[in-house]
Design a protein around this ligand. Sequence first.
Ligand code: BV8
Length: 304
Amino acid sequence: MDSLHHAAELIAGAERLVVFTGAGMSAESGVPTFRDALTGLWSRYDAEALATPEAFTRDPALVWGWYEWRRELVERVHPHAGHFAVARVNCAVITQNVDDLHERAGSPHPIHLHGSLFTPRCSACGMPFGVAAQAAPVRPAEMPVTRATTDRPPVPLSEHRENAENSCSREELTGAGAADFTAGATQLAAGTAETATGSLLREGPRTPPACGGCGEPVRPGVVWFGEALPRDALEQAVEAAANADVLITVGTAGVVHPAAEIPQVTAKLGGTVIQVNPRPTPLDGVCALNLRGTAAEVLPKIIR
Ligand code: BV8
């Protein structure tokens, strides 16, 4: 039996299926993977150096410009056949991605281990920034705890900026509509923006954080390197992986922790792990099947 057919049989027989996704899941929708997230003008930046609290403290407007660029890009793309295949089956979705492609394909409640491009929050108390503030405020206890334990000191942003500014203007840095993005990002960073260029949230008007705008900057609603993952999300993900009889890991390099340990939880407790990735990863060893293909090609063939 070929491996695609074998995988389809295992998945069809699963009672508690989990799908765990990384940046490669969004690649065929047109969202660059994290290791190549920086294309064009942003290619002068190291994503890991930008996705840190230190970078935001040092230059909030530049970091906001990067996240606005990514959010705008996600707004322009669409889920692919792989997202729709996952949404068709009864499963728990755990994602490292900060886009909303799983939701837009119909997966009801993906667990976002690394936050979202669409949930900016107060950097002091964690309250969501905008209409979400009235909905479900993030309890301060869930505020990410930051510890400078990044795997290597981020390359000083001043070095990046120096290079960047030598070769292109700040307006160019943040792509199309640059000037107002930067201005909007600066306002957002200062927590003073009532509106910022390009609606940050799909819902209606934004309001200051429910905490009354404690004067701290509004930050992107993602988990940066050196920050703890949201406790609820991590607990839900570990529980789902521990109970899974089949887990499909799709499009992750398996190098960012603790998320990379999720497939290992399933394997350690006797579940079957199936990997979908064109390239080998450190997760190969815990997978019963390693399907060397892409998310949009393989998932519709194995999830029927
Ligand atoms: C924490 C949000 C502690 C922001 C992200 C030493 C060793 C190990 C770990 C560490 C270490 N030192 C420090 C650490 C911890 C660090 C870490 O793991 N570093 C790594 C780089 C070594 N982790 C952290 O800092 C975490 N926090 O540890 O906190 C703590 C504890 C208590 C109290 C205080 C602190 C936080 C990590 C979260 C970082 N935030 N994202 C943003 O997006 O801007 S992570 C970022 O990487 C994205 O979320 C991305 O999803 C994620 C993982 O990357 P991948 O998804 O795997 O994507 P990548 O591009 O790497 O790979 C793509 C894959 O897809 C490839 O394999 C490719 O072959 C494949 N592919 C490509 N195309 C396709 C495809 N597959 C299928 N189909 C295709 N078409």
